[in-house]
Ligand binder design. Structure first.
Ligand SMILES: Nc1ncnc2c1ncn2[C@@H]1O[C@H](COP(=O)(O)OP(=O)(O)O)[C@@H](O)[C@H]1O
Ligand SMILES: O=c1ccn([C@@H]2O[C@H](COP(=O)(O)OP(=O)(O)O)[C@@H](O)[C@H]2O)c(=O)[nH]1
Length: 236
């Protein structure tokens, strides 16, 4: 079966990685993600990944506890590097080659990111795990994902999260919220929907990168998105 997308940028939530533990990395969840990623790689899909760091540290919550915001954000970016190393290790362990790239030079923890070296890895069939967000404070990994997705010329940004799409309001807070099958970038903005930050949405809009928001924690969903099955919400 022909995949719908040739090259994807998959954004994984750091918070989802902690599974039921409440903190850190749940290895069952990590291995399940690795298995699903390998499944789509074996269909010939090129996969670049950006992972959040919310399971370990978020700059904003650090600042609320009195940390300097810039240092807090740097800690958050380091958290995304930890998650990226864990995922690449889980992928390698099941026989799926993966390479970690970092937004800031941290060699030999990962190779210093440039879109050229990341694209070369993708063309070799390696998963490119791109860590460290944008490398700048005051940004999020959603914005990092949009940026890297555009840079590596992905066909789509897949935002794998713990809700099954975009709703009229946060479904974790408002049980009456209803789901969109598709929605325009402008409508996300005009309705003030908080599923991802506006910088990320604006970057995708300007560069014509469609986004699919879907529930990554249900095994098999990533494959469904790749096959073009109508799950999640398409932002276009
Ligand atoms: N309108 C909305 N539709 C869907 N999810 C929303 C909406 N508003 C807020 N959210 C929240 O956004 C979260 C998804 O974003 P994500 O970046 O994966 O989470 P986090 O930043 O906590 O790791 C969901 O868990 C959901 O609670
Ligand atoms: O370009 C970036 C990306 C991330 N971060 C920091 O890294 C933390 C973790 O990322 P995020 O909250 O986006 O992770 P997720 O919500 O996806 O787990 C953020 O809170 C920021 O402090 C940053 O400073 N710049």
């Amino acid at each position: 079966m022909e995949p719908k997308y040739r090259r994807v940028l998959l954004k994984l939530s750091g918070e989802s990685l902690m599974g039921k533990q409440g903190y850190g990395i749940d290895t069952d969840r990590l291995n399940e993600y690795a298995r699903q990623i390998m499944e789509i790689c074996s269909m010939g899909v090129q996969v670049a990944i950006v992972i959040g760091g919310g399971n370990i540290f978020r700059g904003v919550s650090g600042a609320a506890k009195g940390f300097n915001r810039v240092k807090g954000d740097q800690m958050g970016m380091l958290a995304t590097v930890i998650n990226s190393l864990a995922l690449s290790s889980a992928l390698d362990a099941i026989g799926q080659p993966a390479k970690v790239f970092t937004a800031l030079n941290m060699y030999p923890i990962g190779d210093y990111y440039s879109n050229r070296v990341a694209i070369e890895a993708l063309q070799r069939g390696e998963v490119a795990v791109i860590a460290g967000g944008t490398g700048n404070p005051f940004f999020t990994t959603d914005t990092g994902s949009a940026l890297r997705g555009i840079e590596v010329e992905a066909d789509v940004m897949l935002k794998g999260t713990r809700v099954d799409g975009i709703y009229t309001a946060d479904p974790e807070k408002d049980p009456t919220a209803t789901k969109f099958d598709k929605i325009t970038y402008d409508e996300v903005y005009n309705r003030g929907l908080k599923v991802m930050d506006l910088t990320a949405t604006a970057l995708c809009k300007e560069n014509h990168l469609p986004i699919v928001v879907f529930d990554m924690d249900t095994p098999g969903n990533l494959l469904k998105v790749i096959k073009g099955e109508p799950i999640g919400t398409l932002v276009y």
